[in-house]
Design a protein around this ligand. Structure first.
Ligand code: KG4
Ligand code: ZN
Length: 416
């Protein structure tokens, strides 16, 4: 016992920058917050939310805080990176302070700080990273850089036991991808968007329709506004084409759909003799049809991904699982469409509650816990870390999926 402590001490003196050392420190640090062995602070600033949370190794959320920039960006008609950066700068200290205070945890009790460093808006990522590095240097805390999409994919495991491997569809304002999650840092990428992300498309369509002028939508994100108004619309009035019908892979494309929708809006504005910026009388029908087409496109690609996984033995035969997360996954219509595919293919569908689908600090802290448990990617506080605006997730299998050219049997997406 004594000898092993001396050995450790000698190793630390000889190899002061050895990475494992910080894994060890993180393992050894125990928290005076009774009952919790290790505590992680998570920090998120990759897009337009400044968020932080403190969680225990067992997944108890001890304190969290979030400042959303949504209303500012709704007013300016989209995210302006310099504005996002300024707002992150103004709020990050308070948000982190609040999460810590609510948790009753002192910075010295933290076993690690986990922060999103990729992918995302460069100016936004920079604020979170700079703040985090000065924080970990001040308190001599190990640092865990986090991949934002990995965090979205793993959030479900905080909420319930979901063993690897599972299929995951991540749909947000910045991304859409299908992957097999095989481990904390082990993903197989089956498909991704070729142009824009579904949340981006919904936000742009909402903006083109001036939905913030609608009395029930003034503070809602584009996706939320579309979901709300679509409930009173007739999707059959505008039969938009589902994208990429002749491409038998698992990639996505939404720009063509947005073009179809824009052309319809222009035509309707001319027919109704109204200016751009005024609400169309058929706005509910247009958004219902847009939401339906997005749902069908996501469902079809996911269906093919399930068949590819089955053909290649990538999912367990017992209780194979489809996880759907990211901001757009809070949409109930889209969830139902994916539920139809899950049922048709015998998969169990899991979607975290909306609060955990959109960006939050808890998912980043949880990613820190998952990595801490496995001793993966834990860096010393003085490590040199940079942010990466673009960062693919996992091993790219998209060309193998395309080569397999799996034809998907027709499944009717009928949602009442
Ligand atoms: O994951 P998230 O919070 O941030 C990114 O990483 O992008 O996702 C934000 C996106 C926005 O585009 C927003 O319009 C969309 O998620 N979203 C929705 C809904 N709630 C948020 N889209 C469809 N239906 C919703 N209920
Ligand atoms: Zn996100």
């Amino acid at each position: 016992m004594f000898a092993s402590k001396v050995n450790k001490l000698i190793r630390r003196l000889l190899f002061p920058f050895e990475r494992r050392r910080y894994g060890d420190v993180a393992m050894e640090k125990s928290s005076p917050v009774s009952g919790y062995s290790r505590l992680v602070l998570g920090i998120e600033t990759s897009c337009d939310d400044t968020a932080a949370a403190v969680i225990s190794e067992t997944g108890t959320i001890l304190g969290e805080s979030l400042h959303s920039q949504k209303e500012v960006h709704l007013r300016t008609g989209g995210i302006i990176p310099t504005v996002a950066q300024q707002l992150h700068r103004e709020h990050i200290e308070r948000v982190v302070q609040e999460a810590l205070e609510r948790s009753g945890v002192d910075p010295c009790q933290l076993s690690a700080v986990a922060t999103t460093v990729k992918p995302g808006l460069a100016l936004s990522l920079g604020v979170g990273l700079e703040f985090s590095l000065s924080f970990v240097r001040r308190y001599r805390t190990p640092f865990i850089p986090v991949h934002h999409m990995e965090a979205h994919a793993l959030t479900v495991r905080l909420l319930q036991p979901v063993p690897f491997p599972f299929l995951v569809l991540l749909i947000s304002g910045g991304h859409s991808l299908l992957a097999v999650a095989r481990g904390v840092d082990d993903f197989l990428l089956l498909g991704h968007t070729l142009d824009e992300a579904p949340g981006d498309t919904l936000d742009k369509v909402a903006r083109r329709l001036s939905l913030t002028e609608h009395p029930r939508c003034s503070t809602l994100s584009g996706g939320q506004a579309i979901e709300l108004l679509a409930q009173e619309g007739d999707r059959l009035k505008f039969p938009f084409r589902t994208p990429m019908g002749q491409t038998y892979d698992c990639c996505f494309s939404f720009a063509g759909l947005r073009n179809q929708v824009n052309m319809t809006i222009e035509k309707k504005e001319a027919e109704e003799g109204i200016e751009r910026g005024t609400l169309l009388s058929c706005v509910n029908d247009i958004v219902a049809a847009t939401q339906h087409t997005v749902a069908c496109h996501l469902a079809k690609r996911t269906h093919r991904a399930v068949l590819f996984c089955k053909a290649n033995g990538l999912l367990p035969s017992l209780a194979p699982t489809l996880v759907v997360s990211g901001g757009v996954a809070s949409n109930q219509y889209i969830r139902k469409a994916l539920g139809i595919i899950a049922e048709a293919t015998g998969l169990r569908l899991l979607c975290p509650p909306a609060k955990f689908c959109t960006d939050n600090g808890v998912m980043i802290a949880w990613n820190g816990v998952e990595r801490l448990r496995e001793g993966k990617g834990i860096l010393p506080p003085d490590a040199d870390v940079s942010y990466e605006p673009k960062a693919p997730l996992g091993v790219d299998l998209t060309s193998r999926v395309k080569a397999a050219a799996i034809k998907v049997p027709s499944v009717r997406i009928k949602i009442s």
